[in-house]
Each structure stands twice: as structure tokens, then as C-alpha cells.
Write a protein that binds this ligand. Structure first.
Ligand code: NAP
Length: 414
């Protein structure tokens, strides 16, 4: 397709998919959205670190060709006030892999979050959030080195589906009447009502992705997180369908926790992934007390939203928590924090969130060597107590540097 404002770099080749499998050339075109607010501070340094890490790992054999795509305020300036141009969506579908900085949600009635719109338009049903400790990063835990989980949060269902009826509205009254008179339900007068859809389709495609990821990355377990003891037909069903997809589609690669004890005396056979489940409330405790027991977590939308932020707080918090939104076709890696407007343009904030989203992207592309090099260099820099303001205020004796200087340090330590 011919683009109006997007220019695909010459010399790059598109990433493709063949029979579901991602095919990454040595000169892939990767889309990037700079992002609003602090996007201008973090995106260019992260691209610099990536380019340097790839050069170091593959000696010039591999190189990303960046294609700028536009969303948010920059898009509005170029596309006559359109914050969410159709051609940027088309380009993401076409390029298969993209990375984005944070986007402002303009305040005003009827303006939907661009991030939510992006997830829905591209049906990016899995939000993937790795939570891992890097040496030197300030943490409230006694043994933060035990934290190394990847959370797969369902992105499209649950109480986030937007099926809500305001107290006092005609729709609410109609639904209340139906629930009371025809379904025998009992609740207080004028209660606002929301619907929590959890489907076998939505659950299975999410849990399938989590298991596939666990297999590819050599992980040991997938834990289904739910509150099925209370919400039996939604959260309980998520648990049931999760076990089903493991048994039906991955019988050779997975065993249940019951089987682990009954057949293998608690010792995981090499190469098998243990499928287990935990009730959501105890999961929050366990992530603090015994984080080493967990590996890949599969959650519904709301539980995953809470759990991913709580877990990220254990290992440095919002400034370094990475994430991606993926479907079976495309993947969009992103900074998980917002645009932090008060810090915008000051070359001050932590680039870690976008940087680790970028290393996740390299892993996704199969360029693990470059990803590993960058993560090791990051760890060296932070261990030397060279950090941005957010870490400096939590560490004794740290040297505070600007975002761009931090990137220079990482590159020097590759
Ligand atoms: P925010 O931009 O995430 O900022 C909240 C605070 O988090 C900042 O003031 C800063 O805390 C800290 N922080 C954020 N990014 C950081 C970084 N890179 N390094 C270190 N600290 C960082 O949240 P917000 O102020 O609520 O939202 C601002 C805008 O962003 C809104 O328009 C919102 O809609 C949007 N948003 C976008 C996304 C996204 O694109 N994925 C996500 C969330 C929000 P201190 O000042 O205390 O140091």
C-alpha cells in the first residue's frame, strides 16, 4: 500500500509470517511511534542503544531499519488533527512488529484512550508484561533476585468490555427488572450494573499464547490466576478452560501440578511445563513472599492489571516496567508508563521501560544475543550507581545522569 506520510526505509525488508511463524530478515523494517510528552526523551536513546547492541552482537550482519509511524499529538500535527491515523494501523499490520512511546489521552468527553483503541483495532488480545529483577535496581523485597515472571493479561474481555449501565438510566432499569423478575437475582435498588464476559475463545487464545511463550522461552510453569472460588462461571471457567487448552493442545509439553506430585514425586521432568492455578488474592501474597515459585502467569483483564503493577513495584516500578500487546499476527511493544508531562523535554526520565520493551522485541524477533548484551550492560551501569533521577532518589551515593547520558553509559558498557 502507498502511504501518505509514512516512509518505509530503503534497504530494509519487511518481517513476514509463514504458516503462523515469524520470519525476520537480517535487515528488518521495524515501526516506531515516538510518543507524546517524554516520548521525545526516551525513544531516540532507546533506538541508539538497540542499534549499538545489535551492531555489537552481530558485527554488522544484522540491522534494524526504523520506519517512523505517527500516533498521538505528532500525528495530529501531520494528519490534520487526526490522533489515530488509519495508515499507522495499516503499517503496523504490514510490518508485524512495532514499538511505541507513551501517548496522551486528550481530556474530553468521548475521546477514547489511544492505547485502548490500538489494542482493539488490531485485536491485540494479550498484554505481556515481564517482571524481572536487575542487579542494583532499588527494591522493597529482601530477595528481589527471585522475581522473574512474565504476566500474560487478557486484553479484551472481563469487566473492561465496557458493558455497563448507569444507575437510574432506562437501560439499567430494564436490565434490573429482567434480572430480578426473570432470573431471580437480588441486589440493592439503583445499583449500577456491569457485565463480566469471560469466554472459552478469549480464555483459550490467551492461555495458548502463554503456553507457547513458555515453550519457546524454556520456562518451567504457567500459573492460571483467578478468583474462581467466588465467581464460578467467569473466573472459575477461565481456570477450567485454561487447563483444557493445555491438555488438548499441548499434551506432550505440559503436565498439571497434580500430575507433578502423583506421577513424578514433585520433580518436574526435563522439558515439561507445569500448569497450575492460584486464587488471585493469595497470588498477591505469594508474589511478595515466594516469587521464585512463579514463572509465566496467565490472568484475566482486571486481575492482570493489578498484578502487573504490583509485581513491577517489586523490581523498580513504573520507570522500568516493560510490556507488549500481541495478537497472533502482530506485536506492539510499548513503554507502560504515561507521558509524564511535567518531565517532558527535559532529558530526565528513565528510559528503562521502553528499553526493556525493546529487548523483549529483540527476543520476539529471535535476536536474543543482542537483547542479552543490552540487559547485561544496563545491569552494569545501574550497579555502578549511574542512574536517572527516579532511581537516584532511592539509592545512596548514586550519580544522577540525564536520559541521553544514561544511554551513552549503556552503550559504553556493551
Ligand atoms: P505517567 O505519565 O505514567 O506519570 C506518572 C508519574 O510516574 C510521573 O510523574 C513520574 O513520577 C513517574 N514516571 C512516568 N514515567 C517515568 C519514567 N520514564 N521514568 C521515571 N518516572 C516516570 O502518568 P500520568 O501523569 O497519570 O499520565 C500522563 C498522560 O499519560 C495521560 O495523558 C495518560 O492518559 C497517559 N498515559 C499513557 C499511557 C501509555 O501510553 N501507555 C499509560 C498511562 C498513562 P514522579 O514525577 O513522581 O517522579
Amino acid at each position: 500500500m502507498a502511504y501518505q506520510h509514512i516512509k518505509l526505509p530503503e534497504g530494509g525488508q519487511k518481517i513476514t509470517r509463514e504458516n503462523g511463524e515469524l520470519k525476520v530478515p537480517d535487515n528488518p523494517i521495524v515501526g516506531f511511534v515516538e510518543g507524546d510528552g517524554t516520548g521525545v526523551d526516551i525513544t531516540p536513546p532507546v533506538q541508539r542503544i538497540l542499534d549499538a547492541g545489535i551492531e555489537k552482537a552481530y558485527g554488522g550482519k544484522r540491522k534494524i531499519h526504523w520506519a517512523e509511524l505517527y500516533m498521538g499529538e505528532k500525528a495530529a500535527g501531520i494528519y490534520n488533527g487526526d490522533y489515530f491515523p488509519e495508515e499507522s494501523l495499516e503499517a503496523i499490520k504490514d510490518l508485524k512488529v512495532a514499538i511505541k512511546g507513551p501517548l496522551t489521552t486528550p481530556v474530553g468527553e468521548g475521546f477514547r484512550s489511544l492505547n485502548v483503541s490500538l489494542r482493539q483495532s488490531l485485536d491485540l488480545f494479550a498484554c505481556v508484561r515481564p517482571v524481572k529483577y536487575y542487579e542494583g535496581v532499588p527494591s522493597p523485597l529482601r530477595k528481589p533476585e527471585e522475581v522473574d515472571v512474565v504476566i500474560f493479561r487478557e486484553n479484551t474481555e472481563d469487566v473492561y468490555a465496557g458493558i455497563e449501565y448507569e444507575s437510574g438510566s432506562a437501560e439499567n432499569e430494564k436490565l434490573s427488572r429482567f434480572l430480578r423478575e426473570e432470573m431471580g437475582a437480588n441486589f440493592f435498588e439503583d445499583a449500577g450494573l456491569g457485565v463480566k464476559p469471560i469466554s472459552p475463545f478469549g480464555t483459550k487464545r490467551l492461555v495458548r499464547k502463554a503456553i507457547e511463550w513458555a515453550i519457546e522461552q524454556g520456562r518451567e510453569s504457567v500459573t492460571l490466576v483467578h478468583k474462581g472460588n467466588i465467581m464460578k462461571f467467569t473466573e472459575g471457567a477461565f481456570r477450567k478452560w485454561g487447563y483444557e487448552v493445555a491438555a488438548e493442545e499441548f499434551p506432550e509439553q505440559t503436565i498439571t501440578e497434580d500430575e507433578l506430585w502423583e506421577k513424578y514425586d514433585g520433580k518436574r521432568p526435563e522439558g515439561k511445563i507445569v500448569i497450575k492455578d492460584r486464587i488471585a488474592d493469595i497470588m498477591f501474597q505469594l508474589m511478595m513472599l515466594r516469587p521464585g515459585d512463579f514463572d509465566v502467569l496467565a490472568t484475566m483483564n482486571l486481575n492482570g492489571d493489578y498484578l502487573s503493577d504490583a509485581a513491577a513495584a517489586e523490581v523498580g516500578g513504573i520507570g522500568i516496567a516493560p510490556g507488549a500487546n500481541i495478537s497472533d499476527e502482530v506485536a506492539v511493544f510499548e513503554a507502560t508508563h504515561g507521558t509524564a508531562p511535567k518531565h517532558a523535554g527535559k532529558d530526565k526520565v528513565n528510559p528503562g521501560s521502553l528499553l526493556f520493551s525493546a529487548t523483549m522485541m529483540l527476543d520476539y524477533m529471535g535476536w536474543n544475543e543482542a537483547s542479552e548484551l543490552i540487559q547485561q550492560a544496563y545491569e552494569k551501569v545501574v550497579t555502578n550507581k549511574v542512574v536517572t533521577y527516579d532511581f537516584a532518589r532511592q539509592m545512596d551515593g548514586a550519580r544522577e545522569v540525564k536520559t541521553s547520558e544514561f544511554a551513552d553509559e549503556v552503550i559504553k558498557n556493551l
